[in-house]
Design a protein around this ligand. Structure first.
Ligand code: FUC
Length: 796
């Protein structure tokens, strides 16, 4: 059969099969490659530079266990993570000198003496001790999220191989590798199971007795291996940053073979001539701090029990239980941008081609779902939240310690959680916030003599809440307000009153801090926050000096406004109207609000200062546009127009140059109804800040860009922050037809949308509870009373 006949026949097949699979999950949600990642490449364990081969490996995760599969043929490498694998320890970094100097700093700032104030702030307000070690904290108490180690599988075989293929299927969260060698077809399937808390790797061949390999476990430091009960065990302890050891960990590997035999020595598990092998790996640590249910964690027996339980199941059962749990989350949302064709090249080539073409709608679908996949894989209920690298890190000194940066990064990680129908994945963030109340209360007291609790721009698994070690970024006092705004957001989407009641004291504690922190600006009489920074940004003071510290930076004013608004909503929903609520309401009314500068842009600081870096990556003074609600097209058109001017100016001056920053711009422009500009920022992330395995890039690798991109795409298709559910608020011309199902809207709605020729054709809106739906498309707003469970079919 000649090529074009073959091609026509294939197309015909695709058509028939395509149609048959109309209601099947989209089977093309795969990252795939025709070459392995090189498992023998050395990683730079302490350098911030990315390791190129690691960024070709494929990520798996069950929330606490992370794995990167290289798919190499003769030596496979599965790089491993366990979410609590942190060096460091609980430490006191609160600075008792801060309180006294505060009044003086504020006086200097109100008098416009920014240089003197910045100097005094650097002297008296920053944390005591090493803080985060300027992002290199692996050997100081702050610590660092590190690799658990590597599972290396050596096949002692150098023969040529053909038909190589590897992929990660987002529908199943299974990575697979296959190739032919010496006329034998080999296959590997690997996944991390949440129900069974193990990594599962199955090795098969299409001829009997072909599987022979040795397995070893290692890491760059502080480990030993042994064998016990026919299992290979790696264990050790990490440094506490005070000259001793703290966190203890263990990884345990078991092989279940069919045919052939197993052998052991102290550092290897050896398989000979097996027909099939299932490797099971479990890992745990003695970390308890953030796990409310644990006082003591017997990590050794946890690993043993997980292995025992998993080994009692067949591979089929292990896979079925994994799929049932994983797909219950993943399959809730589908996006179809009706791509003309799916570019039939490996994913790394597609991302390279996108740099030129800037057009690949299926790649946009893939990136959208990949963000959902990564959130499910790095943030399951009961686990620690996704950190700067989700749950994946191959180093000892990970950039910025892979901590939780609270001046945009950890918040961005959770922007997709609600709108992309993964509300349960938000829970680890709330556990983190709740766990910061106790140390944050001490910081509020020691640093500022204030009630309530406070955190600054960085935290870790040891409860760090002190400022950072430099004023320029460390004095972000708006961080606790920002992270606490996720509480009301979760409530707006879920209507979960029990959750709101449980988190109300946490909200109230955050408010209490700001009611004590805010002071009246002698010039305006308005309440302002400070000394504070506009995260990590620098201005030129009237005397020409480069400063960061001021009173009333727009960002702080906006996040505090949002927090007060959230608290007023929560109090109203819970029927609480006490004096404290009254004080909060009055304080909100008296807050200094957003202002428009003489150039028509939204002001970043309370005064018009020339910017040192007009294209700065942070756009913190636009928090009120996104993710906040204080500025929006409907209620504050002038401020929205000024915000758009600020965004355009940022981009004209090189803004959006980090993955997360460009990802944020997608949502910002979408909120301002700027579809083409939102898409342009999306294309910037894909073209400039995306690795071969589609991991986001700061550079180095940083996962917030993935989560911000997924949330940005959703923000282009649906919005509900301004009291209406708006359909297709920022639909670019490049997406003329498509459909999306399962997105969520505030008020408790699940929404499906279909469009063609750039216009809405129909929508289905299902209501969680009784209420009045306000639906907006273009400028038309329609209202509909719906009962709980009722679905409203809307069409034009
Ligand atoms: C903040 C950002 C950086 C980086 C770091 C993790 O400091 O300003 O760009 O994302 O967090």
């Amino acid at each position: 059969m000649k090529f074009n006949q073959l091609y026509l026949f294939a197309a015909f097949l695709f058509l028939v099969l395509g149609c048959q699979n109309a209601d099947q999950p989209k089977s093309d949600l795969k990252l795939w490659y025709d070459k392995p990642a090189n498992a023998s490449a050395e990683d730079d364990k302490n350098g911030w530079k990315d390791d190129p081969e690691w960024l070709k490996a494929l990520p798996l995760g069950n929330g606490s266990l992370g794995a990167m599969v290289f798919g190499d043929v003769n030596t496979e490498r599965i790089q491993l993570n366990e979410e609590s694998m942190w060096s460091g320890s609980v430490d006191d970094n609160d600075n008792p000198d801060a309180r006294e100097a505060q009044v003086e700093i504020r006086r200097l700032l109100f008098e416009g003496k920014y240089k003197e104030a910045t100097q005094l702030t650097n002297k008296t307000q920053v944390c005591k001790g090493a803080g985060s070690g300027h992002g290199n904290g692996s050997t100081v108490p702050f610590g660092c999220f590190q690799t658990l180690g590597d599972l290396r599988i050596d096949f002692q075989n150098e023969a040529e191989y053909q038909n190589y293929y590897r992929d990660l299927d987002l529908n199943t969260a299974v990575a697979s590798v296959s190739y032919t060698q010496n006329d034998v077809h080999f296959k590997r399937e690997i996944f991390t199971s949440y129900p069974d808390q193990v990594l599962v790797a199955r090795f098969t061949a299409d001829k009997p007795g072909q599987l022979s390999f040795s397995c070893s476990l290692d890491r760059p430091e502080y480990f030993s291996t042994t064998t016990e009960d026919d299992q290979l065990i790696m264990s050790g302890a990490l440094v506490d940053g005070k000259g001793g050891k703290n966190l203890e960990y263990m990884a345990r590997l078991k092989a279940v073979n069919r045919g052939g035999e197993l052998a052991f020595n102290n550092s290897e598990l050896i398989v000979r001539n097996a027909d099939e092998v299932i490797l099971l790996l479990s890992a745990s640590t003695d970390y308890v701090l953030k796990y409310p249910e644990y006082k003591e964690r017997d990590y050794k027996s946890i690993t043993a029990k997980n292995i025992e339980k998993a080994a009692a199941k067949s591979y089929k059962q292990l896979l079925a239980d994994h799929l049932a749990e994983y797909q219950a989350y993943f399959s809730r949302v589908e996006l179809d941008l009706t791509p003309e064709e799916i570019n039939p090249v490996p994913t790394d080539k597609r991302i390279a081609q996108f740099k030129e073409s800037q057009h690949d709608n299926h790649l946009v679908e893939l990136m959208f779902q990949y963000g959902r996949y990564l959130l499910i894989s790095s943030s399951r209920p009961g686990c620690l939240p996704a950190n700067l690298q989700g749950v994946w890190a191959n180093k000892i000194q990970t950039p910025w310690n892979a901590d939780y940066h609270t001046d945009v990064n950890v918040q961005m990680n959770y922007w997709p959680a609600e709108v992309c129908n993964l509300s349960e994945m938000h829970e680890p963030l709330f556990d983190l916030v709740a766990s910061l109340v106790e140390p944050g209360t001490k910081t509020a007291q020691v640093q500022y003599g204030n009630r309530g609790w406070v955190v600054h721009p960085i935290t870790n698994i040891w409860g760090y809440t002190s400022p950072g070690e430099a004023a320029s970024w460390g004095m972000h006092t708006g961080a606790s307000a920002w992270i606490a705004t996720h509480i009301a957001e979760h409530y707006r989407f879920t209507g979960d009153k029990e959750f709101l009641e449980r988190m109300y004291p946490v909200l109230k504690g955050a408010i209490a801090f700001y009611l004590d922190w805010l002071v009246e600006d002698p010039e305006t009489g308005k309440l302002v926050s400070g000394p504070a920074v506009s995260p990590e940004n620098t201005f030129l003071a009237p005397d020409g000096s480069r400063c960061q510290i001021s009173m009333g930076p727009a960002h702080d004013q906006e996040v505090i406004w949002q927090l007060f608004t959230d608290f007023m909503l929560a109090s109203d929903e819970l029927g609480i109207s006490d004096d404290f609520v009254k004080q909060t309401t009055e304080a909100r009314a008296n807050l200094a609000g957003p202002k428009i500068g003489s150039d028509g842009r939204l002001m970043e600081w309370a005064h018009e200062f020339p910017e040192v870096e007009p294209g700065h990556r942070h756009i913190s003074h636009l928090f009120a546009v996104h993710p906040g609600e204080q500025i929006n097209l409907q209620e504050t058109p002038d401020l929205a127009a000024a915000a758009k001017k600020s965004l355009d100016y940022r981009i004209e001056n090189g803004g959006g140059h980090t993955g997360w920053s460009a990802a944020w711009l997608i949502s910002q422009y979408a909120r301002l109804g700027e579809a083409e500009k939102a898409e342009h920022s999306l294309n910037t992330v894909l073209a400039k800040s995306t690795s071969k395995n589609l991991f986001g890039q700061h550079p180095p690798f940083q996962m917030d860009a993935n989560f911000g991109t997924t949330a940005g795409i959703a923000e282009m298709l649906i919005q509900s922050h301004a009291g209406v559910v708006e359909l297709l608020p920022a639909l670019p011309a490049d997406w003329p037809a498509g459909k999306v199902s399962g997105l969520r809207a505030r008020g408790g709605y699940t929404v499906d949308i279909v469009w063609a020729e750039g216009k809405l054709t129909s929508a289905k809106i299902n209501a969680d509870k009784d209420g009045t739906l306000k639906l907006k498309y273009n400028d038309v707003v329609s209202e509909k009373d719906l009962k709980a469970g009722e679905t409203f079919h809307f069409s034009l």
